[in-house]
Design a protein around this ligand. Sequence first.
Ligand SMILES: *Cc1c(COP(=O)(O)O)cnc(C)c1O
Length: 373
Amino acid sequence: MKPETAAIHTLNLVKSATGDVTIPISLSTTFFRDETGGYPGGHMYSRVSNPNRDALEKVISVLEHGAETCAFSSGNTAGMAVFQALKPGSHIIAPDDMYWGFKKQLQSIFEDTLTLDFIDLTDLSKVENYINPNTVMIWAETPSNPLLKITDIAELGKICKKNNLIFAVDSTFASPILQNPILLGADIVMHSTTKYIGGHSDVLGGSLTTAATNDFWAKIRNIQQIGGAVPSPFDCFLLLRSLKTLAYRMKGHCENASKLAQHLEKHPKIEAVYYPGLSSHPQHEIVKKQMSGFGGMLSILVKGDAQNARNVVNTVKIFAQATSLGGVESLIEHRASVEGPETKTPQNLIRISVGLEHIDDLIADIDQALNVV
Ligand SMILES: *Cc1c(COP(=O)(O)O)cnc(C)c1O
């Protein structure tokens, strides 16, 4: 099945006893045992598994072409489960512009147990120089935040395979519709389901999908079930509902972002536009190879300084000035002030999550804001 169909019908292939066409929310935390002590319904206790989480994990596995998925209560706990599953003393290679929440986890929570190199994963020629006998994993994030840098997944996959390393990809910005890292050689794909999969800025969640069920995956499943950072049945219900429109929402996000990027690239008040769909993007050829669309995220440099950028985000009326991404509403933010004083993000950078409003309204809004800077 194509993703549009799979997102809607994966669960309908097995008819429920009650004949529901959409899956009901199963709130019970505990499940009946039979005379032999078994669990005839397949569930024991809802931290370990429950019908809504099983359903969510199944649909994400199908869309990502993976063997299994673990759903978590946030993107951060999904990523953390991967780092927790590594033996103390392990060395990880991660991108220099890794999602700041993960960088913070690695540098604080895992400070005494893991060793790290944050490197530029747009240039794969030097990656092998950083591999040492303790290296166990390369973590990539593509497209990256906030500069929309691209890592060649298939090429990095070859390097990981050759050196026997686990290859994990944070594919949040792409969603399972635009990019499937497992098909390109990744072992684990991570999503903050809070973003495009949820798509309506009203549910927090994360997921990990594995290419194969192996010992490393068993550790992650154990961290999910025994660690217990799991999404509620209602969270899973909302995510399943959202998944059904994901493919169509992504088409809209891509179309709007692409038009906005082209418009802003020509705007006299704009110094630079970072969008993977522009032919000026330095990794545009790689993007075309590994993504079926260019996504809904873009960043711009406003001519001038931090104040000029802040003036723009303070003057727009339709774009909501807020962090996060992937929702139906367009969001805009001055990124450096979110990331704090140590950030390397340019002070005049604005990150935009392009939503599903009419593009003419979005362009008119940003133009009136750029007029005042
Ligand atoms: C938001 C985000 C995360 C973290 O997810 P939460 O759901 O906020 O915990 C991880 N990676 C990327 C790329 C993100 O955008």
